[in-house]
Write a protein that binds this ligand. Structure first.
Ligand SMILES: O=C(O)c1ccc[n+]([C@@H]2O[C@H](COP(=O)([O-])O)[C@@H](O)[C@H]2O)c1
Ligand SMILES: Cc1cc2nc[nH]c2cc1C
Length: 348
């Protein structure tokens, strides 16, 4: 572990105890517990000291060497093409981020073909796509450290800009293959239940993806002994950058809304490196990828939304923002039984 990463992890603050916030929720003019999961979300925001929400989205893009094995329904060029779409404001994440006032920041962590610079693009590719993990680790040790450091730098930028609630998303053709490999390695589950159709594979291509993943895991298995080695061998540049970003944000008291399968795989790596980061995480939604449900359960995270989405980009995370804002507004603005003169429950 680099000193940078060690410092970041050491600086992740513990949340405040929850009891006082739960007690306040119980004084509000509603039957006890009637706001359901909103009460959990409000209490969590309070434990983190988030009393007003300053929102943004960060989207990390990179290509994957494993795309050469035919594991995605779309060609690898789509990664770069979609980054251009993000920059011109036409992607789903742009629409949702405008709607919910969460400005999007794009990070080129390793798109295969060079991109021109643009005001909303952090254009610092570490290499042109990860290596093909069927034959070698996806990243060298130096590349892993650079990607983690990139994420930590982006978190410092987010903190300097004053954001305290950030949706974490990604773009990378073939990255559901990396996420499945990471999920199998981190949870000990078999590949079949954690491998889905990604962008839309048919039955034969899905079976091929599982066969490729079996060969990948067989190749790396003896070396998957630490979270860093799992991330280095089976991850990717945007996945490692998101891992660094999540740890960095938590160290700056920024809460994260994780998005779909891939950003959750990065969160799982972050939690494996630093279990205390868990307090700073919200799961925006549960995607259609079967491994996502398994990974969320492994992390003991309950998704805010279930909309059968499988897009990525941070879209499910940004969609959850108004729910978190609603939870906070209810917590801070509702009258209490005493202030409103409403009778409390009858003691039975
Ligand atoms: O967020 C998800 O759970 C999700 C599920 C399926 C696909 N994706 C997106 O689709 C791309 C990866 O799919 P694939 O089939 O190329 O591995 C990548 O750009 C992701 O953002 C995302
Ligand atoms: C068009 C397209 C948009 C995406 N956004 C995130 N992953 C994606 C994959 C494809 C193929």
């Amino acid at each position: 572990m680099t000193p940078d990463l060690q410092d970041t992890i050491a600086n992740i603050p513990a949340p405040a105890p929850e009891a006082l916030f739960r007690a306040h929720l119980d004084t509000l003019t509603k039957p006890l517990g009637a706001l359901g999961r909103l009460e959990d979300l409000a209490a969590q925001l309070q434990t983190l000291g988030l009393t007003d929400l300053r929102k943004a989205a960060w989207v990390f893009a990179a290509d994957h060497g494993i795309a050469a094995e035919g594991v995605s329904a779309y060609p690898a060029e789509v990664t770069r093409q979609m980054v251009l779409n993000f920059l011109s404001g036409g992607a789903a994440i742009n629409v949702l981020s405008r709607l919910h006032n969460a400005p999007v920041h794009i990070v080129n962590a390793g798109v295969a073909t060079a991109l021109d610079s643009a005001p909303t693009l952090r254009n610092t590719p570490i290499r042109p796509g990860s290596r093909n993990m069927l034959h070698e680790p996806a990243l060298s040790e130096a590349e892993l450290n650079e990607a983690l450091a990139l994420g930590i730098e982006c978190a410092a930028e987010a903190s300097a800009k004053g954001f305290n609630l950030i949706a974490v998303g990604e773009m990378g053709i073939a990255n559901t293959t990396a996420a499945s490999a990471l999920t199998a390695a981190l949870t000990g589950r078999a590949l079949y239940p954690v491998t889905g159709r990604g962008t839309g594979l048919d039955d034969a291509a899905h079976a091929h993806k599982i066969a490729v993943l079996e060969a990948v895991l067989a190749h790396h298995e003896p070396h998957l002994t630490t979270p860093e080695e799992i991330l280095r061998r089976l991850g990717g540049l945007e996945v490692a950058a998101m891992t660094g970003f999540i740890l960095g944000c938590a160290s700056h008291r920024i809460a994260l809304i994780i998005d779909g399968f891939i950003s959750t795989a990065a969160a799982a790596c972050a939690v494996a490196l630093a279990p205390q980061v868990h307090s700073w995480l919200f799961a925006g939604h549960q995607s259609q990828e079967p491994g996502h449900r398994i990974l969320l359960a492994h992390l003991n995270l309950t998704p805010i939304l279930t909309l059968d989405m499988r897009l990525g980009e941070g879209t499910g995370a940004v969609l959850a923002m108004p729910i978190l804002e609603s939870a906070l507004a209810l917590y801070t603005q509702m009258a209490t039984f005493t202030s409103a003169g409403v009778s409390a429950a009858t003691a039975l």
